[in-house]
Design a protein around this ligand. Structure first.
Ligand SMILES: Nc1ncnc2c1ncn2[C@@H]1O[C@H](COP(=O)(O)OP(=O)(O)OP(=O)(O)O)[C@@H](O)[C@H]1O
Ligand SMILES: [Mg+2]
Length: 689
């Protein structure tokens, strides 16, 4: 007898479950996506014991008829795909026909559903892949799927589950993300004791952000919208001689980007506050992550991350979603086009908005970049390790690494810890949630605030969205939105400010329409020089000055290696350097303005920075990064220092020059340049309003 056997469906499903279902959050993801695919407008997610004991999702989508109910748990049974060609343009979130059989093979599942067209609905019970009961039941249109005792028959997998509160945090992150992508739908997340999230439908994403993260976060975000008509479709066209002449010419469609990005003053410690949706599918993607980092290059420090909510829409043929079993990764057919579109749209938006940093907000944010909007080490995407692409934390499938990650995470846990859910049965039908309202305010305050509020926000209650009524009728939402828009004072009028004088010969005080400005003279000049150096380098117009005496610089052998790699670029930036013995360089000329000790420090700095491994995926960007580093370093070492008296003319000149820059918000290393003590804040502080 041969050795090879065909696996039973049961085993095959459990293997598939290994890829698709690895924690309660991944079950929630699959079920939520099914509800969205079914056209639901209202989705309620309930979890007990962090989802380990029970996950129940109720939706008002189109539901399933009896025949479909039985088929839905068969492997490769789907209503979303018919032919292999359909795979090239998938418009639904699911398409593999794997989720339900996989989940049912490792849990006890009850499905209750009705289409509204048939006389009766259907109730099906299935445990460990075996159907136990199928009955008629009187049910409203839609579907309720309860998944109990996850991994009850696979103890090895159960062991890998984390504490209930951790699992709940992952579920919460996930539901939150889908709620952000679908502001027009009603989302609720309930634990056994709390309403964790209650987001009634709203018209705009901005209102959803307000519902979920509160007013202060919204005030720090700016909207972005851009569109790029595609020149050609990503899929290869048949050769002209194979083309049917009668076939209409296909419109390749367009790339569309909408979303929100943070002002440079709002900085996060990790990438967990960057949310990327492609055709409303939450994904992790290295390419887009890179595009976002590029957009913020030399605007925020390289070690900080912005908050970005990015919704990319494109024709389904442009993106291959069938590259990962959990459907969390995609492959774009026109990769560089999309990368550059995202980078340029964000960068242009940043340059146009030139958001001014508020003095008080900067006080909160500047001390240390605040943690992400989500709890530390929580990835919205269950499944594959986050470390490689998503966060700087180690792979959390490795228990040791996970402990380190938890310890790391602990350090950033500035918000109160979320209380552990109290065990108990969920009073599903009769719980006290006010439909259409903000839900249980107390619960929000305790659980959601801990999860969502950045550290810089005042305690829940002051600014918690719970302070309002139902979204639709809450005047607070509109006021907050208007306030956020008004609050976006910008730096366009920097040139018309009236300098009053200096504070300790280091900060320029200036007045304008918006209020009192405090400008850091060193970083302001640094920004001016930085952009000039990059411009001059671009047009090959760098001005160099000969040194009276060549300056000798001693280097260590490894520094010498780095130097030879960057020598050409240094020369193009105005340096004339020759080897003077095996470990010594003779600098004969340098960029104008850079002298003596500053010149030596600048060279050492650039060599040091260039020796650090860069993980840039593209070579030309390596060069762009190097140019940026050199320009930033020259600018920093030749800019006006603090403790330098400036006369009126020089202060005016500096403000005018700063006004002309693209990013007067922050220096090339990410520090704020100009802070505004707004007229409103001043009036408020003096109790005049
Ligand atoms: N909440 C729901 N409402 C209506 N129909 C549903 C619901 N959930 C699942 N279905 C039906 O059951 C089928 C199987 O669901 P399942 O999640 O296993 O596969 P899929 O969504 O087609 O693909 P994937 O495995 O990629 O999720 C779906 O194609 C859909 O027709
Ligand atoms: Mg599905």
């Amino acid at each position: 007898m041969g050795r090879i056997r065909i696996l039973s469906d049961q085993v095959a499903n459990q293997i598939a479950a290994g890829e698709v279902v690895d924690r309660p959050a991944s079950v929630v993801k699959e079920l939520l996506e099914n509800s969205l695919d079914a056209g639901a407008t209202r989705i309620r997610v309930e979890v007990e014991a962090g989802g380990r004991r029970l996950i129940r999702i109720t939706d008002d989508g189109h539901g399933m008829g009896r025949d479909d109910v039985l088929l839905a748990f068969e492997r490769h049974a789907t209503s979303k795909l018919r032919t292999a060609d359909d795979l090239l343009s998938i418009a639904t979130l699911g398409f593999r026909g794997e989720a339900l059989p996989s989940i049912a093979s490792v849990a006890r599942v009850t499905l209750e559903t009705a289409t509204g067209d048939e006389a009766a609905g259907t109730r099906l019970e299935i445990a460990g892949g075996k159907i136990l009961h199928v009955d008629d039941a009187a049910l409203p249109r839609g579907a309720t799927i309860a998944v109990a005792d996850l991994f009850f028959n696979t103890p090895a997998r159960r062991k890998f589950l984390r504490a209930e509160s951790t699992e709940l945090a992952h579920v919460t992150a996930l539901v939150t993300h889908y709620a952000l992508a679908h502001p027009e739908k009603h989302f609720e997340l309930l634990s056994a004791t709390h309403t964790i999230l209650s987001a009634p439908p709203v018209a705009r994403t901005a209102e959803r952000i307000y519902q979920i993260f509160g007013k202060d976060t919204l005030a720090q975000l700016l909207p972005v919208a851009a569109e790029l008509p595609l020149a050609h479709a990503g899929l290869p066209e048949p050769p002209p001689w194979k083309k049917d002449p009668d076939e209409p010419v296909r419109d390749p469609g367009a790339l569309r980007l909408t979303g929100f990005y943070s002002k440079p003053e709002l900085q996060k410690l990790n990438r967990n506050s960057i949310y990327i949706f492609v055709n409303k599918r939450l994904i992790r993607d290295r390419l887009l992550m890179h595009a976002i980092t590029e957009a913020y290059r030399n605007v925020i420090p390289p070690t900080s991350f912005p908050v970005v909510l990015l919704f990319l829409e494109m024709p389904p043929e442009e993106v291959d979603v069938n590259v990962h079993p959990a459907k969390t990764e995609v492959r774009f057919r026109q990769q560089s086009l999309i990368h550059d579109f995202v980078r340029d749209s964000l960068r242009t938006a940043l340059i146009k908005a030139r958001p001014a940093a508020g003095f008080l907000a900067a006080l909160d944010n500047a001390a240390a970049a605040s943690p992400s909007l989500m709890p530390p080490s929580t990835s919205p995407l269950p499944g594959s390790p986050e470390s490689a692409t998503f966060t700087a934390l180690p792979d959390d499938s490795d228990p040791d690494a996970f402990q380190t990650a938890s310890r790391e995470a602990e350090r950033f846990q500035l918000t109160p810890r979320m209380p552990s859910p109290v065990p108990g049965k969920l009073p599903f039908a009769a719980n006290g949630v006010n439909p259409g309202g903000w839900g249980d305010r107390q619960a929000w305050g305790e659980a959601a605030a801990a999860l969502f509020q950045p550290a810089s926000l005042p305690p829940a209650g002051d600014c918690s969205p719970a302070a309002g009524d139902a979204a639709g009728t809450n005047p607070g939402v509109e006021t907050a939105l208007v306030e956020a828009e008004q609050a976006a004072a910008n730096l366009n009028h920097l040139g018309s400010l009236r300098p009053l004088g200096q504070l300790r010969d280091s900060f320029i005080l200036a007045t304008g329409e918006d209020g009192l400005w405090i400008i850091d003279q060193h970083v302001a000049h640094e920004r001016v020089l930085f952009e000039k150096i990059l411009r001059d380098r671009q047009t090959e117009k760098v001005q160099r000055q000969r040194l009276l005496m060549p300056m000798l610089v001693e280097l260590k052998p490894w520094q010498m290696v780095v130097f030879t790699q960057i020598a050409d670029e240094l020369e193009r930036n105005g340096f004339e350097v020759e080897p003077f013995g095996p470990q010594t360089l003779a600098v004969k000329a340098a960029p104008v303005g850079l002298e003596g000790g500053a010149l030596e420090r600048m060279l050492a700095e650039v060599i040091e920075q260039s020796s650090e491994d860069s993980d840039e995926p593209r070579q030309n960007e390596d060069l762009a990064a190097l140019r940026g580093r050199i320009a930033a370093s020259i600018a920093c070492h030749s800019a006006i220092k603090v403790n330098t008296p400036l006369d009126h003319v020089r202060m005016e000149w500096l403000l005018l020059e700063l006004a002309k820059t693209s990013h007067p918000t922050s220096c090339p290393h990410g520090r704020p340049i100009a802070l505004l003590y707004s007229w409103k804040e001043i009036q408020r502080a003096f109790h005049r309003i």
